[in-house]
Design a protein around this ligand. Structure first.
Ligand code: HEC
Length: 723
């Protein structure tokens, strides 16, 4: 399964600690009044989300107070805007982004604004997508921030907030730079920050989940000039290793296998660890038969050259959207009395894979277990899938009749009736016409909030949503005849209503309402969204222009029919390469909920786990989050679905927001006991950070809401102990 293996070389633990870039008074502990930064969204290049600070600790966390609140001022309740960013802090200045992708700098001690940079200033249209933070690089007095808005990677002077004119084209480069195909008509943005290795910015991308998606090539950009310095093809070109796991010539046409969630860097060894997502289209692989390397893989690349050192594929021929959802944590564990530098990768399905960092050897054996076949014509799922022997999964992976909700008798009856009509036998039961239970759901299990690793104990903290979604497919010809004249309404029903619903009101979750959309967005914008996709909306690159226009007109309330679709030339690379649109179409991301909107499974719906990576055993697991309306009915806390992750500190604490109840909490990291909680102005669907300035420790979290039906917010809230 894995690529070339190198001999095991175990370096002393102290070398790995030095990579933390923290100046240390005694190992692991900064001098008492020294400022302590949080320079990378995951705390350090190895994304441990660990802080050596202990001023705030288990004894005094109860006294935490709001130190300051920063309002970005641009939340958009109508568009359900979000803030997913983890702020970084360098030399007493905090850098992060607003709901509409404005980059800003604040004094980290007071929240006082220093500057703002709007990448869309003076432009008629703003692109909107989420952003999980920014990257920082410095050399002497040259200090730069990197982040992405729309198609451009911006390089901004950290002192002034102005683009660096000598980088790329007056301060930005096209995210498509170096790709060897035309991607102008498909989605290409970045939602997670790049990572820095020496003078390289190694850049993640988010691409469409549907047909015609851009390839997931990983590129290193020169931090000074913006030039592409290396490219790794996550979908191998013919002749490259791994190409045999695809149909011929896929390297020119297939898309996805992108690293959207960001990466981790071992600066000492010069290795960048790149987790990748699934190949496109996500749910039907009939046109991409094979194992599909290096999709759904953890790749260890030489950070200086992009050369592959090893890889491990966590799902073969994925048809469940099981992207690797978070940058891995670079950890050290004790094995046979010795310290081993390892890399821990959480998955959406609830596994933790643990590998030796240099060789890629799994530290807990991985079994290739038989997996069920697909019953969709043309699909061939892979006969086996990798299952780690330890740790146990941190979320449920299989639902039985005994797991169906019992919240109310009627919720139980209707969920049970539906359960019996769905496929649900195995974690790897493929999507089907009747619908397949996907547990954990498409968003995990583990998600982009990531996990936190306590260097002092070897314990990994990971939160999870624990609710089922449904993967249902339909044959494209069943409802989308293209040879007949069609009204905008018919086209809408055939292409859009599975997600946006026949009444256009959306699903109250991920899919927005389209009622009044033509007042918010121009026809050109809507056409472009249809063509390129957006966030989790698939692209419709092969829909003829006349049909797009008819849909737009329908959305605007005018009834227009589209002429019969003439065979048009398409810029869809799949179509250009002679491929037909794939035979089966995904019916939409359905969270399986009861009539009240609660998950159709028994609680817990959200958890936080502490896993000892030395032994693979659990220290504890708790239910995380509360539905106030159920508590009022006397139901014990159920946990909630969540987005955003934990951090862990030397002060003995795990901080996490993430739940839909808009609380921010601190737990005793040894026991899982709740020590402190406070309401946020909006749900904190983000991972916090912590730092020390002028002798005072702060914990800060974005409260941007907008997901799971919660109101949008525009604030960053910082907490500290009273003076
Ligand atoms: C598989 C589910 C799915 C299908 C099918 C789908 N959409 Fe969407 N759509 C979404 C999601 C999810 C979003 C939110 C994207 C984001 O911002 O992350 C969205 C967003 C949009 C938006 C932007 C709305 C706004 O207020 O910003 C428009 C316009 C839109 N869709 C139109 C369409 C049209 C027209 C079709 C049919 C051709 C369609 N969608 C098919 C899931 C879908």
């Amino acid at each position: 399964m894995n690529g070339r293996r190198r001999g095991l070389v175990h370096r002393p633990l102290v070398v790995a600690l030095a990579a933390a870039a923290l100046s240390c008074a005694r190992p692991g502990q900064p001098a008492a009044r020294e400022d302590v930064d949080w320079r990378v969204t995951g705390a350090e290049p190895g994304q441990t989300r660990f802080s050596p600070l202990d001023q705030i600790n288990a004894g005094n966390v109860k006294s935490l107070r709001v130190a300051w609140v920063y309002h970005a001022g641009d939340a958009s309740p109508q568009n359900r805007s979000e803030i997913q960013a983890t702020p970084i802090v360098v030399r007493g200045v905090l850098y992060s982004t607003s709901p509409s992708l404005v980059l800003f700098a604040l004094r980290a001690a007071t929240g006082e604004p220093l500057w703002r940079f709007d990448p869309f200033a003076g432009q008629s249209r703003r692109e909107s997508h989420v952003n999980r933070g920014v990257a920082y690089w410095e050399s002497g007095d040259d200090r730069r921030l990197f982040y992405t808005a729309g198609r451009r990677i911006w390089c901004v002077n950290a002192a002034t907030g102005r683009p660096v004119p000598t980088f790329g084209d007056s301060g930005s480069v096209d995210l498509a730079a170096g790709l060897d195909r035309d991607v102008s008509r498909t989605q290409l943005v970045a939602t997670s920050p790049g990572v820095i290795y020496r003078d390289f910015l190694i850049q993640p991308t988010r691409v469409s989940e549907g047909e015609g998606a851009a390839p997931g090539d990983v590129r290193a950009f020169d931090v000074r000039t913006g030039q592409v310095r290396w490219i790794f093809h996550t979908i191998p070109r013919d002749g490259e290793p791994g190409a045999e796991s695809w149909p011929a010539a896929s390297g020119r046409t297939a898309g996805g296998a992108n690293s959207w969630t960001g990466m981790s860097v071992d600066n000492v060894r010069g290795i960048v660890f790149v987790p990748t997502g699934s190949a496109s289209p996500d749910f039907y692989g009939g046109e991409r038969l094979g194992q599909n390397l290096y999709a759904n893989s953890l790749l260890a690349l030489d950070a200086a050259t992009g050369r592959r050192i090893w890889h491990f594929q966590t799902v073969h021929h994925d048809v469940w959207d099981r992207d690797l959802p978070a940058p891995p944590n670079l950890v050290s564990v004790v094995r046979d009395g010795r310290s081993v530098d390892a890399v821990a990768q959480i998955t959406k399905s609830g596994f933790v894979f643990l590998f030796d960092r240099e060789s890629g050897r799994p530290l807990f054996p991985v079994e290739e277990r038989a997996a069920p076949p697909s019953d969709l014509a043309g699909e061939q799922t892979w006969p086996t899938q990798p299952i780690p022997s330890k740790p146990e999964p941190f979320a449920r992976q299989r639902m039985t009749e005994a797991d169906v909700t019992t919240l109310t008798p009627s919720a139980h009856d209707s969920a049970l009736a539906r359960f019996r009509r769905l496929r649900h036998d195995d974690l790897f039961t493929p999507p089907s016409r009747e619908g397949t239970v996907v547990l954990p759901g498409f968003d995990g299990g583990g998600e982009w909030g990531g996990a936190a690793f306590d260097r002092t104990s070897g314990v990994l903290y990971v939160n999870a949503s624990d609710v089922p979604w449904i993967a249902a497919m339909r044959e494209r010809t069943e409802s989308t005849p293209t040879s007949l004249p069609q009204t905008g309404e018919q086209l809408y029903v055939a292409n859009c209503s599975s997600c946006h619903r026949a009444d256009r009101r959306g699903d109250g979750g991920r899919t927005p309402s389209l009622v009044g959309v033509t007042e918010r967005r121009s026809a050109t914008e809507i056409r472009q969204i249809i063509e390129r996709g957006k966030g989790f909306m698939p692209a419709f690159p092969t829909l003829p222009d006349a049909q797009k226009d008819a849909i737009v007109a329908y959305l605007g309330g005018r009834m227009v029919s589209a002429a019969p679709a003439a065979p048009t030339r398409s810029d869809d690379p799949r179509a250009a390469a002679g491929a037909a649109p794939s035979r089966f179409q995904f019916r939409g991301y359905e969270r399986w909920r009861d009539a009240e909107g609660f998950p159709a499974i028994k609680p817990p719906w959200g958890t936080l786990s502490a896993i000892d990576l030395n032994t693979g055993e659990y220290r504890w697991r708790i239910t995380l989050g509360e539905e106030a309306s159920l508590t009022a009915r006397g139901v014990p806390p159920t946990g909630t679905e969540m987005y955003g992750g934990p951090i862990v500190t030397a002060g003995g604490l795990v901080f996490i927001a993430a739940t839909r109840d808009a609380k921010f909490r601190a737990f005793d990291k040894r026991t899982g006991t709740l020590l402190w909680e406070t309401p946020l102005p909006a749900a904190g669907f983000a991972t916090p950070s912590t730092y020390r300035v002028n002798g005072r420790q702060y914990v800060v979290i974005a409260a941007g809401g907008g997901k799971l039906g919660t109101p949008s917010g525009d604030s960053y809230v910082a907490f500290a102990l009273p003076d």
